[in-house]
Design a protein around this ligand. Structure first.
Ligand code: ADP
Ligand code: MG
Length: 265
């Protein structure tokens, strides 16, 4: 029996090569393991396979090989009961929240629907979700076109929380939002993780966001994990070229200064 909450072993995925007759590998030999309350970051440049990984983890696409385990039990995506088990335990928030909200539903309707699907019917559930993501209740009557990007992302997050997930995956979920909104959402995600013992898998190309949210980072390049470590270690002394390219020299210096490791001028 595995001691992990959510685990991925030897995951591989390829797509048909549009130019040729073969298949092009997009993810190769990926391993991941999450324990309750843990925050793991996956950092990689555009095209490295991050969103493909996210889709595989929530069962939106089939793996070529490898396995996904929830509480040590293998998930078979061809089985309805397994897909349901996965959906109840693992939720995902994507970039561009407005693409993922029904434009015809008010916030109240969207959250009520999520609670109904999750099987929770108690009164006040919508308000509780709304409060959990610090969304003013005055917005409950609005449709997505009258929400800001940050508000819409909060609704998406609240909807994900409706099943009380054990794992939250975020794929570039703060990308494109104003900086103060990002800071607020980072704070919110930290609180949710602490209060609910929810594990967080945060996928991004942005080192600073990952460093603010995650205890441990893995670096994805060309579908392979090339390096891993705590954000501070990667920030101070990135070993792989791709890691270096994602961390600006200013940031590395800032980490070094914070640690008093720079020679005195
Ligand atoms: P990232 O999220 O890191 O930018 P993606 O997972 O979106 O990377 O894409 C990884 C690679 O897989 C890219 O080269 C992309 O073109 C390719 N890819 C992604 N989805 C598909 C698909 N459905 N069919 C074919 N190729 C795809
Ligand atoms: Mg992506």
């Amino acid at each position: 029996m595995s001691e992990f909450l959510f685990e991925v072993r030897h995951l591989t995925k390829s797509y048909r090569d549009p130019g040729g007759s073969g298949r092009r590998p997009v993810l190769r030999g990926i391993h991941l393991a999450l324990t309750p309350g843990m925050s793991l970051g996956v950092m990689g440049p555009s095209g490295s396979g991050k969103s493909t990984l996210a889709r595989l983890l929530v069962g939106l696409e089939r793996l070529d090989s490898g396995e996904i385990l929830l509480h040590g039990r293998r998930i078979d995506p061809s089985r309805r009961s397994d897909r349901r088990r996965l959906r109840r335990a693992v939720q995902i928030v994507w970039q561009d929240p407005r693409l993922h909200l029904n434009p015809f539903l008010t916030v109240r309707q969207a959250l009520a629907e999520a609670l109904r699907v999750a099987g929770f019917r108690e009164k006040g559930g919508v308000e509780t979700l709304c409060d959990a993501v610090h969304l003013p209740r005055a917005l409950l009557g609005r449709r997505p076109d009258r929400l800001s990007g940050g508000e819409a992302q909060r609704v998406v997050l609240a909807r994900a929380l409706a099943v009380d997930p054990e794992v939250l995956i975020c794929d570039e979920a703060l990308c494109g939002l104003d900086l103060p909104v990002q800071v607020h959402l980072i704070d919110l995600l930290r609180q949710l993780r602490r209060k609910r013992r929810m594990a967080l898998l945060f996928i991004s190309h942005d080192f600073l966001t990952l460093a603010a949210l995650c205890e441990e980072l893995v670096v994805l390049s060309g579908g392979l994990f090339v390096e891993s470590g705590p954000p501070r270690r990667l920030g101070e002394s990135p070993r792989h070229e791709v890691t270096r390219s994602l961390i600006s020299p200013a940031v590395s210096t800032a980490f070094a200064v914070a640690e008093h490791r720079l020679p005195k001028a």
